[in-house]
Design a protein around this ligand. Structure first.
Ligand code: F6R
Length: 612
């Protein structure tokens, strides 16, 4: 999705803004641009393609200015092009605007500006409408930018964050947030705005979170925040403990590979924050009492994509351990379903970014119905986190690659911790079982490290399977949830058509697709389901499929019917997903690498999906 960066201070803004934009590349974009304020007015440069294309375009030009805004655009209204790229300007060129999100009533506003104000438009974008509207209001109010922005947003519906500069208000950036991410960065003698923290890490670690319907005004010396009634708001500064290295590749060829290898650390961090020295799970800051939990008639887990796959494990774990019925839904369906949710529902929203619009809308729907909201988020202070009653943070660190890996494994860890915690309060598991699963979790970081040591084997597998056009993933129980995640990883970065199905469902239709040499990745880690799974492998093998099995170390029986077998370290059935996903992530990575795909920024995808 689009990314916004703004800087005002005493240094030249161009390089700082471009640096910031590069750190937002992970969000996905198709064009980029900057606007600088200098004594000649507002200077805009924009280009379709990558930031490198914009840099090449402006190379050799002396673009001065110590205040400016920049943007990476992910096209929604109007094709990716130089013209449609942001910033857009007012008719007199005095005001420039960058924008993330969608203005839903832009056609109406556009028609009105054409009819009443005789405004001419060069593009089909909603952002140009914002720039022209602010321009008209700015002229009408005698040239006050803050007034013009306030008056404009009153007329705009939708979800958006905007950054605005004007040629006649030097050293000032005005920004507004409504349902799209926006933060301000606080430096000594310089201030920033941005869509996400990595854009600022090179320059500042002090951040102010901007809430919905707030305006932020940055000058080199201060950040002022106002609410929707223009009352000043006092906001504490939040210290971000991520380092710039966390947001850089650190010697790895791709962020995705780095993040796969960061999983032992990410899982360890998430565990250590929640498991005390006594081996008990502590949900500090989460105010669920035994009475609350006993009052819940059900749990509803809602998320999108990979986070939804983590939620599927949550269903298995919570139902098995706490014996509370769990429903699970993708957020885009839940919100329009008129779901059966009330004050006896514990609603769990899972979102790495905490900014996914569908998840946020589902959360609001559940809240409206009276549910108790617990969210699992990776980004501190994100919208999902802020709108929840309680937040369970994953400590994965910044996830930059579009394909989620370490956020997923930490989400799995949260599912176990929540399952055990609820079960303990419900009295549905024994102390031995509780302690046993905690022990299994605590050794996961070391076991993921073991699993990663097999990467050469998986790279070899990728070398001889990369040119296949179709891959099936099958599994039973928790393995069927991992199958979905393995399949998503493969399709999103390698563009191979892959498909996941509960193994027992195969014979109800899908087995018709098996042909000689069809690739079937069979996840067979559940001891109690092994015989069933083995029969499914035999079934596809009988149709001459090429079967790659994922099994626990020591389970050599599986080799008899498998073309290839990848082993994961031995562990309890319950926790295998944390390990079995690792070879699947590596397989997707190596296949995409051999095919020469853009692994960290796959086509048509964005990291943080802030539109519906
Ligand atoms: C896949 C992937 C997406 C996200 C989904 C939800 O690798 O990353 O499927 O999981 O868009 O995003 P969050 O977790 O930020 O809500």
């Amino acid at each position: 999705m689009c990314g916004i960066v703004g800087y005002t201070g005493s240094e030249q803004a161009k390089g700082i803004i471009l640096d910031g934009l590069k750190k937002l590349e992970y969000r996905g974009y198709d064009s980029a641009g900057i606007a600088l304020q200098n004594k000649e007015g507002i200077l805009v440069r924009k280009k379709q393609g990558k930031i490198a294309d914009l840099e090449a375009f402006i190379k050799g030009e002396r673009l001065v200015g110590t205040t400016g805004i920049g943007h990476t655009r992910w096209a929604t209204h109007g094709v990716p092009s130089d013209l449609n790229a942001h910033p857009h300007t007012s008719s007199d060129g005095e005001i420039a605007v960058v924008h993330n999100g969608i203005v839903e009533n832009y056609v109406e506003l556009r028609n009105r500006l054409i009819e009443k104000n005789n405004i001419k438009f060069d593009t089909e974008t909603d952002t140009e409408v914002i720039a022209k509207l602010i321009g008209v209001l700015h002229r009408q109010n005698g040239g006050n930018l803050e007034d013009a922005v306030y008056d404009a947003v009153k007329e705009m519906s939708g979800a958006y964050a905007i950054g605005v500069v004007s040629s006649n208000e030097k050293d000032k950036i005005v920004a507004y947030r409504k349902d799209a991410p926006l933060i301000a960065g606080v430096g000594n003698g310089c201030k920033f705005i941005a869509s996400d923290i990595p854009a600022l890490l090179k320059y500042v670690n002090d951040i102010c979170l901007i809430e919905n319907d707030e305006m932020v005004v940055c000058t080199p010396d201060e950040v002022k925040i106002y609410d929707s009634s223009r009352r000043p708001v006092k906001r504490d500064i939040m210290k971000v403990n991520w380092s710039i290295e966390d947001a850089e590749k650190g010697g790895y060829e791709h962020f995705m590979l780095k993040e796969i290898y960061e999983q032992p650390k990410a899982v360890e961090e998430t565990l250590l924050r929640r498991i005390g020295d006594d081996g008990k799970i502590k949900l500090d800051g989460i105010s669920l009492t035994a009475e609350d939990v006993k009052n819940f008639s059900k749990v509803y887990i809602v998320a999108c994509g990979t986070a939804y796959h983590a939620g599927m494990l949550g269903k298995y774990v919570i139902e098995k351990m706490a014996r509370i019925p769990v429903e699970i839904d993708v957020a885009s369906e839940f919100r329009y379903r008129n779901p059966v949710v009330d004050e006896k529902t514990l609603f769990i929203a899972i979102s790495q970014s905490g900014e996914t619009l569908d998840t946020l809308a589902a959360l609001r729907e559940a809240k409206r119905c009276g549910a108790r909201i617990l969210s699992i988020c990776n980004v501190v202070g994100s919208s999902v986190a802020r709108e929840s009653d309680d937040v369970f943070y994953t400590w994965a660190g910044p996830e930059i690659a579009v394909a989620s890996t370490k956020a997923y494994t930490t989400q799995l860890v949260c599912m176990y911790l929540i399952g055990l915690y609820l079960a303990d309060l419900m009295g549905t598991i024994s102390k031995e079982y509780y302690d046993g699963i905690v022990r299994e979790l605590m050794v996961m970081p070391a076991k993921i490290t073991e699993a990663l040591k097999r990467s050469n084997e998986i790279e070899e597998l990728a070398k001889h399977l990369y040119n296949r056009t179709q891959v099936f993933f099958i599994g039973r129980g928790v393995d069927s949830a991992v199958a979905l995640e393995g399949s998503l990883k493969l399709k999103e970065i390698s563009y191979i058509n892959s498909f996941a199905i509960a193994a027992g469902e195969l014979k109800h239709g899908t087995i018709a697709l098996m042909e000689p040499e069809t690739i079937v990745i069979a996840i067979a880690t559940q001891d109690y389901l092994f015989d069933k799974m083995y029969s499914n492998i035999v079934e596809v093998k009988a149709r001459m499929a090429h079967v790659v099995s994922i099994a626990k170390e020591g389970n050599t029986k599986i080799e008899k019917e498998s073309t290839e077998t990848i082993y994961i370290p031995d562990c309890a059935d319950e926790v295998t997903p944390i390990l079995s996903v690792v070879p699947l992530q590596l397989f997707a990575y190596y296949v995409a690498k051999i095919k020469g795909e853009d692994i960290d920024k796959p086509r048509n995808l964005a990291k943080s999906v802030t539109v519906e």
